[in-house]
Design a protein around this ligand. Sequence first.
Ligand code: FES
Length: 266
Amino acid sequence: MGTLDGKTIGELEEIAARYPQKRSGLLPMLHLAQSVEGRITPEAVEKCAEILEISPADVHGVATFYTMYKRHGVGDFHVGVCTNTLCAVMGGDEILARLKDHLGVANDEVAPKRQGDQYTVSLEHVECNAACDYAPVMMVNWEFLDNQTPDSAVRTVEALRAGHPVRSTRGPRLCTWREAERVLAGFPDDLVDDGPAAGPASLAGLEIARERGWTAPGGDGQAPAETTTASKQQAAGTADTQRAESETVEETSGTDEAAAEKPEAK
Ligand code: FES
C-alpha cells in the first residue's frame, strides 16, 4: 500500500505549480515520490498523472526511461560503479567485481542486512558519470567518490552499513537515498556548497589553454566568471582540492558529535 500522505501530495502540487507548463514538474515530482516511498510505485504514477492532467502511461514512460527512477527498492545507500571505457581501463571492473563478491549480490540488488548493520546497501553498474577525469569513480546516492580502488570501495560500504558518517571525496556528507531524492525534488538540504566547485583534474585543460593563449573559436579569450573563481580556488591549493585526490574519507566515529551526524534511516 502506498504512503503518499496529504503533506506529500501538497508538495507534489507545489512542484507542479513552479512551472508555466505544469507537466514540466514531472521529473522532480518523481524524485519526491521516491524520497517518500523509496521507489516509483503505481500509486505515485497515478497521483502524478492526476495532478499534471496527463495519462498514467505518459508518467510511466518517463519513469521507465530514466535510470535514476527505480521500480524496485534500493538500499539506504545505493552504490553505483562506473565501468565505462575510462573507468574500466582504470580499474572499474575490478571494483564492481569485488563489491559483488563482498556484498554477495548481483547487479541491481540489495545486500542482506546483517546483525549489527544500521543501513542497507545496494549495488548497480552505472554508465559514464561524466567524471572520467577522476576515474575510476563510484557514486553513492549520486555523490561522487573519486579515484577509487577495490579496497577503498569495500571500506566505504562497510562504513555505510555500520552507520559511520562518510564523506564524498568532494566534500559533502553522504546522506541516505531518501534524503538525496528529496534534494533532487527541489527541497535543498543546504549542503550544495559543501565541497570544492572543481578539482585540479577538471581544470587542467583550462590551465593549459591559458598558458598557451588558446581560446574557443569566436570567443573573446576571457574565461567565464565562474570558471575564473574555480581556477583561483585551484591555484590556492586548498585542502578541499587535495581532498578530491584522496580516497574516501570516513569521519571519526564513536563520538557524540559524530553520532549526531548519522543520517536518519528511513
Ligand atoms: S567512464 Fe567512468 S565517469 Fe566516465
